[in-house]
Design a binder for this molecule. Structure first.
Ligand SMILES: Cc1ncc(C[n+]2csc(CCOP(=O)(O)OP(=O)(O)O)c2C)c(N)n1
Length: 313
């Protein structure tokens, strides 16, 4: 059992819960899309990567950023709009970046990171770096045209690229079956371009880890791939609510039985780690998060003179 993976998943979950609390206190300037429920995907994928592999994200990327090892303090500072944030307080939740761990950026324009990730993978191949690029996108973003051009380009140029499709069945509140014809077949679309495809259980860290590992090994030698992780977003599309009224499923039942973080905790207990040991670890993680929040809360805002620096105007 991977206690390290549990620590990362718990960090993401607890950071999101605290962010939700501070969002309600109007401390957070940025619009937030919470990642709660999808942690096994980000951690499973990033645990299968090397440090020099690059990751790109989207509008829902706190989990991707933290799973790749992004700095927690800088992330919270960014959400609070502070100078010490990863984008100096000017980017917010949807522009996460930490180049020190090769989390090379996230962008909220749906699917726009996919062609960019092809560029990154092309550079890696050109310089024979042996590293790959991974890009995360949702099922809604998968319907954007740029994705299909990227699939074609990736196969044609044999790019070291892994596309991670996080299928939570929703694009805002529009469900998959309300957006696609009955004939729509993701696997056929992807493989039709010459890109490898595997489906994984996004609620299971080990399933994601092993299937991603297989695809990443191939991507490294120029066989691009897409992994579709079936997952479940617990919270509203954006903002800190659970949005029960728009769900067919009983969200609290889902959290109890199918939630990947709770499942991993049960497995770790069953493997012989004691409840007491887990509680100590969890308390340590909560303290780290609260320290980051206190730091961000007391940190200075960007200076007026820096209003136009690092901006395209
Ligand atoms: C090009 C573009 N169109 C529309 C939007 C507005 N928008 C933001 S998030 C979103 C839904 C995205 O759904 P999905 O890709 O499945 O990701 P999820 O939110 O489920 O993680 C939409 C339509 C956008 N940001 N960019």
């Amino acid at each position: 059992m991977s206690l390290e993976a549990y620590k990362k998943m718990f960090l993401i979950r607890m950071a999101e819960e605290q962010i939700a609390t501070y969002y309600l206190k109007n401390k957070i300037i940025s619009l937030i899309h919470f990642y709660v429920g999808q942690e096994a995907v980000a951690v499973g994928i990033c645990d299968a990567l090397q440090k020099n592999d690059r990751v790109m994200g989207n509008h829902r990327s706190h989990g991707h950023y933290l799973a790749k090892g992004g700095d927690l303090k800088k992330m919270i500072c960014e959400l609070f709009g502070k100078e010490c944030g990863s984008s100096h307080g000017k980017g917010g939740s949807m522009h996460m970046i930490d180049t020190s761990v090769n989390f090379i950026g996230s962008t909220p324009i749906l699917s726009s990171a996919v062609p960019l990730s092809c560029g990154s993978a092309f550079e890696q191949k050109y310089h024979r770096s042996n590293a790959i690029t991974v890009v995360f996108l949702g099922d809604g973003a998968f319907e954007e045209g740029g994705v299909y051009e990227s699939l074609n380009l990736a196969a044609l140029l044999k790019l070291p690229l892994l596309i991670v499709l996080e299928n939570n069945l929703r694009s805002i509140n529009t469900r998959l079956w309300e957006r696609r014809s009955m004939a729509y077949d993701t696997e056929k679309i992807v493989t039709g371009f010459g890109v490898r495809y595997i489906k994984a259980d996004g609620n299971d860290y080990y399933d994601v880890l092993s299937k991603a590992g297989e695809l990443i090994a191939e991507a490294r030698v120029g066989k691009p791939a897409l992994i579709e992780c079936m997952t479940y977003r617990h919270m509203a599309h954006s903002g800190p609510n659970f949005e029960e009224e728009t769900r067919e499923e009983d969200i609290f039942e889902m959290r109890k039985n199918k939630d990947s973080v709770a499942k991993m905790r049960r497995e770790i207990l069953a493997s012989g780690v004691s409840e007491k040991e887990i509680l100590v670890i969890e308390d340590g993680i909560r303290t780290t998060i609260l320290n980051a929040i206190t730091f961000a809360d007391n940190a200075p805002l960007p200076k007026k003179e820096s209003l136009y620096t690092n901006l395209y105007v």
